[in-house]
Design a binder for this molecule. Structure first.
Ligand code: NAD
Length: 296
């Protein structure tokens, strides 16, 4: 069993850390929010007072932070974690960040002799709680083999996407597609119900027909269609709209650098920006449905 520092105990990090505890690993946890550190401590982890404190005497560090800025602050520079970790320590960076930022952390890790993987996830908070996440992994294959037992405590599917940063590239492509599916589903649900169709009947017809997709299967944005979806609980996240806007921005930057056209992704980014301008960035990303519902 490994000694693990878990940094970032938010909507995803806390349930992921819980599954590592359940698998018998020894955990120290750190987050800027004290209450979440205390919560994990009450379940058997050590409450750390800083990231450096969490990472003292561990075999692996796992981070699940909002964006690249926090990840680079955590690992890089003289005060960063990489400078303090022993060479045999493993770093699994699971946040969704720019491939270029992930590569900067990879380069710094290599300079310190630390093995690192970029390993963003898919599966949402439900997958994090169930331990059924999908990991999209960039880095050396032998490092993935070392990390496999830790990933399998948190997820079911591990994909080696390629070299450093490839996990992040795969994740951005996936989230671009997810956003397009979410917006398309929201648009179709609004049209059908406005014309008098029952929301649940329409959702089931489309789910079973050629429009069927992951959103219709598990995450319908129309309130009341899926009892457990964020839409049926006041659009509580889940996956915040602000984070989806961040991911679409990263896809946009990546497409610009690659000279690749992403017209649907650009439209999705702009629709999420409108949602953020309405002050809804802290709601679940399925709240994009609100752009298509008449306000009373
Ligand atoms: P979140 O905002 O709920 O959690 C992030 C946590 O990091 C917060 O608790 C915050 O206090 C903490 N934090 C921020 N800066 C910190 C620092 N310097 N040191 C320690 N802790 C710090 O976000 P989330 O939904 O858990 O998402 C985390 C990452 O996973 C994001 O990159 C997101 O894009 C990605 N992701 C989220 C989902 C989802 O469904 N929520 C799914 C897949 C991927």
């Amino acid at each position: 069993m490994a000694r693990i520092a878990f940094i970032g105990l938010g909507n995803m990090g806390l349930p992921m850390a819980r599954n590592l505890l359940k698998a018998g690993h020894t955990l120290s946890g750190f987050d800027l929010v004290q209450a979440t550190v205390a919560q994990l401590a009450s379940e058997g982890a050590r409450a750390a007072t800083s990231a450096r404190d969490a990472a003292s005497s561990v075999d692996a560090v796992i981070s699940m932070l909002p964006a690249g800025r926090q990840v680079e602050e955590l690992y890089l520079g003289e005060e960063g974690l990489l400078a303090a970790l022993p060479a045999d320590c493993l770093v699994l960076e699971c946040s969704t960040i720019a491939p270029s930022a992930a590569r900067r952390v990879h380069r710094a890790a290599a300079a310190h002799g630390v093995a690192m993987l970029d390993a963003p996830v898919s599966g949402g908070t439900a997958g994090a709680a169930a331990g059924s996440l999908t990991f999209m992994i960039g880095g050396a294959a032998q490092t993935l083999e070392r990390a496999r037992p830790l990933f399998l405590a948190m997820g079911h599917h591990l994909f080696h996407a390629g070299a450093d940063g490839a996990g992040q590239l795969a994740k951005l492509c996936n989230n671009l597609l997810l956003a397009v599916q979410m917006i398309g589903t929201a648009e179709a649900m609004a049209l059908g119900t406005r014309c008098g169709l029952d929301a649940s009947v329409l959702a089931e017809i489309m789910r079973q027909s050629s429009g069927g997709n992951w959103v219709l299967e598990r995450y319908n944005p129309w309130p009341g269609v899926h009892a457990n979806s964020p839409a049926s609980h006041g659009y509580q996240p889940g996956f915040m709209a602000g984070l989806m806007a961040k991911d679409l921005g990263l896809a946009q930057e990546t497409a610009l650098q690659a000279g690749s056209a992403i017209p649907m992704g650009s439209l999705a980014l702009n629709l999420y920006r409108l949602l953020l301008q309405q002050g809804l960035g802290g709601q679940d990303f399925s709240a994009v449905q609100k752009l298509f519902i008449d306000q009373a």
